[in-house]
Structure formats: C-alpha cells, structure tokens
Ligand binder design. Sequence first.
Ligand SMILES: Cc1cc2nc3c(=O)[nH]c(=O)nc-3n(C[C@H](O)[C@H](O)[C@H](O)COP(=O)(O)OP(=O)(O)OC[C@H]3O[C@@H](n4cnc5c(N)ncnc54)[C@H](O)[C@@H]3O)c2cc1C
Length: 475
Amino acid sequence: MVDVIISGGGPTGMMLASELRLHGVDVLVLEKDAESTAAVRSLGLHPRSIEIMDQRGLLERFLEQGTQYPGGVGHFAGIEKPAPEDLDTAHRYILGIPQPATDRLLAEHAAELGAQIRRGAEVVGVEQDDDGVDVELADGTRLRSRWLVGADGGRSLVRRLLGIGFPGDAATTEWILGEMAVTAPPEEIAAVSEKVRRTHKGFGIGPAGNGLHRAVVPAATVAEDRTVPPTLEEFRTQLRAYAGTDFGVHSPRSLTRFTDATRLAERYRVGRVFLAGDAAHVHPPLGGQGLNLGIQDAFNLGWKLAAEVTGWAPDGLLDSYFTERHPVAEDVLTITRAQSELISPEPGPRAVRRLLAKLMDFEDVNRFLAEKTTSIGIRYDFGEGPALLGRRLRDIPLSQGRLYELTREGRGLLLDATGSLSVSGWTDRIDHVVDAGADLDAPAVLLRPDGHVAWIGGDQEDLLRHLPAWFGAPS
Ligand SMILES: Cc1cc2nc3c(=O)[nH]c(=O)nc-3n(C[C@H](O)[C@H](O)[C@H](O)COP(=O)(O)OP(=O)(O)OC[C@H]3O[C@@H](n4cnc5c(N)ncnc54)[C@H](O)[C@@H]3O)c2cc1C
C-alpha cells in the first residue's frame, strides 16, 4: 500500500509530492494526460511562491527560465502603482515564467526526490474505509493508499466523488485564449490592441516570446462543455468582433477557454482524502493567483500529512490545513473577483477604479494590497501574540549564510539569538540554529517547516509548552 496517492500532476500535485518526499513518504502521482500541456495559463510566480522555491533550493532553476519584473509587484486590476520599496520580502518582483516551464520544473523536482509519477493514468473511482483509500483507474487498475489528495483541477473528480459542496458564482463571461502565428505587422497589432484595451480590458494580443502571439478575447457565449477547446474560426470571429481585424491568425499552438466562475469548496478533507489547488477553489485568472495559491496549499499540507504518515503529528495538525488555507482562498477569491469587476468598461466600475487609483497613493493602502496580492502578508491564526506570530519569516542573512538556505530539508527550525534554548527531544524534526547576530526583534523564533512563525520568545519552559502543538510528543 502506497502512503499517499495524488490525483493530478499539475503544479499543486507536483509541489505536494516533493514536500512529502522530503520526509521519506511514499508518493504516487496519477496524471490523466499522457503528455504535459503546451497551453500557457499562468504567466508567473508571486513573491511568496518565489520565496517557497528559495526555501526548497529551486530558485536558481526558476530564475534561469524566467524574467524578473520588479515593477510587476503592486499592480491591482491593472492600476500601475509600484509596491512600497521596503516590502517585507527579499524577492520584491514578479517572476515571469510560462506555466509549462513551472510545471516541468516542479515535476522534475518531484521525480528527483523519488516520487513515482504515472502519466496516462486517469482516476475514475475513489472509495475509502478506516484504514485507507481504494483508487480505480480508467483502465480498470485498482490501487490502494493510506491517504489520497485530489489535486485534479477545477473540475475535480475527487471533489465530486466525495460530495463536497462547491458553492459560489457560476460563469457569466467566458474568454478564449490562444498562442498562434499572425500575418499582421507587430506595429499594427500593438496599435490596435492598445486602442481596444482602452474600452475592453478583457482583450489583449501581444508577442508570446516564442515567435507566436498570445491573444485573449471574450467568447460569444459561455460554452456548455468547456473541455472542448475553441476553434480557430471562433477565435477569428471574436477578434474581428472586438478589434475589427483577426490579425491573420493561423497555426495555433494552443487554444483554451476560461471563465469568471468563482467557487470555493466547503471542506478540504473527508476522512483520508484531501483537496488542494484548483480542486478546492476556482476564480477568474485576473491578478494571476491560482497557481500560486495551489503551490502554497501544497506547501501547507505537505509537512502536516508527512507528520501524520511518519507518526508524530499532534492532534488537530491535519485539520489546521483547512482552518489555515480556506480563509486564504476566500481572500483570494474576493480580490480576484474585485479586480475582474474593476476592469469592466461600465461607468460604475470605471469610477470605482479611478477612486481606487487615488487611494493607492496612500502608502498603507498600497502596502495592504501588495501584501495581499503577493501573499507575503498571510497570517495564520495562532492566537494572541506579537505581529510576527503566524506570519512567515522573510529570508534574513545569518552568520551561517541565509535563513532560507537552511530550510531545504523541510524541517522545523529554532532560530535562537540567545544560545540558551534547546529542542532536545525533537532534533529528528527541528534544527536548532544559534546566531547571536540574527536580525530578529525577539530572542528566538520557532519556524514550522513552511516557514511560518509558531512561537516567539526566549524562555525554555514556554518553548516546551508550545513545541508539542506543532511538532508532537518528544521522541
Ligand atoms: C487563462 C489563465 C491564466 C492564468 N494565469 C495565472 C497566473 O498568471 N498566475 C497564477 O498563479 N495562476 C494563473 N492561472 C491559474 C492556474 O493555471 C491554475 O490555478 C493552476 O494550474 C492550478 O494548478 P493545479 O495543479 O491545482 O490544477 P491543474 O493545473 O488544473 O492540474 C490538475 C491536473 O490534474 C489532472 N487531472 C484531472 N482530472 C484527473 C483525473 N481524474 N485523474 C488524474 N489526473 C487528473 C489534469 O490533467 C491536470 O494535469 C491562470 C489560469 C488561466 C485559465
């Protein structure tokens, strides 16, 4: 019996597989598609996801494949207002990287760490009992695992089989998106695009960086079956309707649809089965949050599920995945929904947009929005305490190097400026780093494997009272 089966080999599933493998958990990823998709959905990583890549030693690979856009941080609904210079992160930029590259890097990493990845394996049935989960594949194969995670995207079969409610707003608008060759000259495309975007912010066409153009345009209606990709002819018709020309588009590399449907799963867990990523939440892509949110779900769930499998998880640890991540998704749904409204050409939203642009001149407003869109401001509710409690700690220099360089193994970490504390009893789960010169506003901080601050203080007795809540009983 495998420890954990993950249904879905997208960015969420692969990130989760890597996190579980760091702790030696047996992982099998089942992905229905035989080949990875060429369709570019996400265009980049936000600072918190960039930090996560750094925390796990993957950042160099991502930087090699991407482009850093410092000015990209702080945009809201296309209102250009760079975030405060002193934003609380060592990575104050958006990393432009097309989703197929992100997907590939995460899949390679999971495989390097020893995750089994089976492509062309579609999950069609799930049944659980007290001891495990039976998973049935389309070819009739039956597999059994102790745990199952549905990271199988917005139309998640796992979510539907579990009967988890997915309340929210149905799609009212659909867009079609594609990468294709054009015959129109670049100057003409840029000029027409700029003109149309003045009134239709949901329209866009520009170079995709690979000799092709990426175009997005509202569809005529919301398709009944969105698994059927749009045709090139549909694309030409819509381009002509919005821009008066189809730019001579031909030879598409990918054509897809997406909508403004906004939904959030009522539960993220039923017994031995969890949901993560798009399987748990869908929303319009404006603001570029979905992939980032999925990676961060996986980063939250990975060490907790590993602790359960390994046997040291304290009571309630697994359920904290829902109590921590559901409100974060709720927040993301709110800000993406708001941004979608703000790009409407209607007079009302345009007036709100002008007002918001003025409000963003106030540094506190700008910082608030930037911390939301970059996810660096997330603070889980760990009870009363200093402002840092529950937030993730940014990367800081240490005498031994950098903090994030010391978190590659996915373990807990006690960063101790006093040298008088001890985690003996938990050394199999927590590293103890003593650095008198660490730039901390506290004598010591205890970091969970996901980098969030679980305890702040300098008193050994107090530390011993808090350790079991996150790291279980001493060994
Ligand atoms: C136009 C567009 C632009 C976007 N731009 C951004 C952006 O800029 N930034 C951002 O962060 N996000 C963006 N997103 C969102 C992002 O693409 C998704 O949020 C992200 O891909 C979710 O990752 P996931 O792994 O949860 O799900 P998915 O990427 O959907 O992966 C799910 C996987 O599960 C597989 N699967 C499904 N059913 C089964 C089954 N029964 N058995 C086995 N496998 C199965 C699928 O084949 C798929 O590979 C955008 C989305 C769109 C549509």
